[in-house]
Design a protein around this ligand. Sequence first.
Ligand code: FES
Ligand code: MG
Length: 573
Amino acid sequence: MSSQLRSSEWYSGDDRNAYIHRAWMRRGLPDSAFAGARPHIAIANTASDLTPCNAHLDEVAQSVKNGIYEAGGIPLNLPVVSLGETQVRPTAMLWRNMAAMATEEMLRANPIDGVVLLGGCDKTIPALLMAAASVDLPAVVVPGGPMSTGTFRGEALGCGTDVWRLSEEVRAETLSERDFLRSESSMIRSRGHCNTMGTASTMALVAEALGTVIPGLAGTPAVDSRLLEASHETGRLAVALVEADRRPSTFLTKASFHNAIVALAAIGGSTNAVVHLLAIAGRLGIDLTLDDFDRIGANVPLLVNLQPAGRYLMDDLQRAGGFHAVLREVRDLLDPDALTITGRPLVDYLDDARIWDSDVITPRETPLLPAAGISVLRGSLAPGGALIKPAAASPHLLKHRGQAVVFDSIEDFYARIDDPELDVDADSVLVLRGCGPKGYPGMPEVANMPLPKKLLEQGVRDMVRICDGRMSGTAYGTVVLHVTPEAAAGGPLALVQTGDWISLDVRGRRLDLEVPAEELAARLPNQATLDGFAKPRRGWERLYVDHVMQADTGVDLDFLVGSSGPKVSRESH
Ligand code: FES
Ligand code: MG
């Protein structure tokens, strides 16, 4: 194998360059590390004190290292760009492609043969998978796992979801400000990522459904010793992956994405998974479209009773049988040929799975919803498509006609939404624009706009909301999101006026602005709308706005689509 190891291109030989590459790396490593027989495995590590959900990944990395050593490899910690969903502004999504690009380049530039990807918080696993797909080196993911369930006043608290719920209660004056603040440290009480079925949990499970995680690992809580055990195993596997030359392009196919979409529906996963999966597929050259999500996912039953769509949290899912118990129920919908990182099909791993608590994971015969997938809407307001997650919506609003109340930016929204004079009622449709990939920039999670205070006080708990932004995976409501094209890219969303009639028909998959085409063609965006769009002058934001694609193709940068492979053509000196 010696001549085949990529790292040997740096380390083998007696010339000055090989000397330089080896000498600085020695630091106690034995000669055998450079003899061309031991794979050098990077651990792409998103541990960071500013990504609290991933802060424990250094400990996970130690277990991965032990496994790599044990299997004869050389483990190398590689800190990569990390994104703390709750910390970075204006939105972590603005940096997902930057993290992916930086990671891709560092994996290619360095003398490594394979990589273990350590992620957790929302954008980290998608960015790592995009990078791995584009550099196409053997790669395996370790999801850092969800945090422990928090409790407050005797009840479980779900990260994210309960923040939205409790803050609405404060606004409706059914919860005191003081009690709201007391819940803060009860909600986040251990290492790990959000424990609801938000984007982090979703992407961990979806990464396993894709085949990029050692089967049975995803969903293991961050505090669970079995996470370290599986991390050790993953380290061993990474060495074997290099020997087998199992790169992303060799086993990820459209069938892998089919399984990811089935899983996404059955778990009631986050709408954010749609843009992430589209972006990952784009890196692999796999023809995945928005409509695939509707076609493949539409009739998949919802089997997982987790917040935000349901009641429980990730600890409960694990106790109730875990992700494989869910997949076993929908086994007939999975593609039997899709392989995992081990070289065996995903469906091979499901035989021993059992449901131990059918209130958390419901059997196929009694699903929480018979059809759970994310619906793709089209129509005169969203010619390129828009999404809605029916599982998180109110059934009575899935077919609705109402008059628009339009906001040009999130600042405009907050300035006016609680104004007692605002002309709005429960049938109104709240429209927020300027929140797409280009407009904000970065497509933030603002689509689940809070309801007007005066309507909350009347007991209104949901309204139809429409936005070109995203929604947190932990949020809920009848929210139409990812409207494409976004207002800042010339979409008709820019032309909606307060008072226009809008009709939503989820079953018919329609979203229409009831304005005659001639009248719409004669309208121009008003100045306030244009003022709401970002106009960055330099730096990453400038690059991003100039090159970002729309939500229907995954919000990647146009020049990052596809793969360049692992080859580096020139020496460094
Ligand atoms: Fe990191 Fe929710 S904030 S997963
Ligand atoms: Mg989130």
